[in-house]
Ligand binder design. Sequence first.
Ligand SMILES: [Zn+2]
Length: 464
Amino acid sequence: MNLPIDAIKTHLTDGFDQSVKRLSDLLRIPSIGTDPDYNTQTVEAANWLVQQLADLGFDADLKATAGQPAVVAHHPGPGGEGPRILYYGHYDVQPAEPLDLWTTPPFEPVIVDGPRGKRIVARGAVDNKGQSMMFIEAFRAWKNVYGTLPVAVTVFLEGEEESGSPSLDGFLRAHKHELQADICVVSDTNMWDIDTPALGIMLRGLLYLEVTLQGPSQDLHSGLYGGAVPNPLNILGKILGDLHDEHGRVQIPGFYDDLVDLGDLDQVWQNLAFDEAAFLQNAGLSQSIGEAGYSTLQRIWSRPTCDINGIIGGYTGAGAKTVIPEKAMAKLSCRLVPGQNAANIKDGFRTFLEARLPAGCRYELDELGAAPALMVSTDSPYLKAAETALRDVFDRAPILVGMGGSIPAVGAIREHLGIESILMGFGLDDDRVHAPDEKFELRCFQNGMLSHAVLLAKLAGADA
Ligand SMILES: [Zn+2]
């Protein structure tokens, strides 16, 4: 199906006020999925979306999960050959507290002037109602102008993202066939800046470990026993202190063995103009430290890490207590990059630990989570389609970015459905996601709709 896109763009531009009005209608529904007091409103938002999609010719339903319902909708597209595209988003929002820090009530959306033009302010403005409405408005434009979508589409919007998606894995497994598609499109990420689009192509994975050292069978008097028995806190401190060498490299055996060579990409990231001062200033810092020989962007996107997240042990109350604790515990997380295998890294940590553990000290090692890094192949035809669509709308190439953290849904969709994701988001770093006065720049909303409209056409022609 090869229809001119200009009519769609004109339709979206002419109807922009109506698109903003529909987004405002959705934002007015306080779908705080984490708070049982708002269950009615959460379901109301889901039903509102089902109705919108049904009006656009989708076969749309609310599907029960163990928690908040999911919106699932299918559109056949023009028929015939061609890929099916899965769109993922979420309709639940974070609680709005602290309410007194909002300039206007969080569920009464307002359009206000900002330094970059008009913006819409409300809880969910960008995360994720605004970003989800971009593709729904793109579907609407195709329907209104050409009577159908140029490609087959399935929409899946969950209502538990802000609660950590407890039902997601089970839901994806149970609806594996219904949700089958060739590629998934997710709009829940940021642009490089307001004029420069970005596509996320790498997400670091995670290995979370909890280690407990046990020395004596109970807490001991440090005067009576100190100096003659293993102190788990002393030992743990020494072991954790050994995790990095003086160049910031992680000393777990085999930690770097399986890293994939990122080739050109690593070079690009090394040289990408990045406002490091602003990045550090957000954290109240002025100096970056990390693995020697790498730029800050590489350190947060393409290099693996090992961080201590917490240490518990001994006496921590007021005043002094002379005690040799019976146990000490630490929580550690490793951010993983492509090639690294969480099970191998865990084994490596066990070897590292056992080599340093003195007689009389036992350990327990628990895994609290493991997910591999994800990478979108840079020569995927779908990624190329997204690059072309963004170039068309912004008149410049998107920046291919890495992401330091994971997006759990992207990993789950890959694991349970076997589908890769295109991460094409239109938020900005200062959107105040999860905070008072959350906003979405209307320019980003409009460019996002246009990009999705063009992407639909490009995906129709893309083939794996
Ligand atoms: Zn969120």
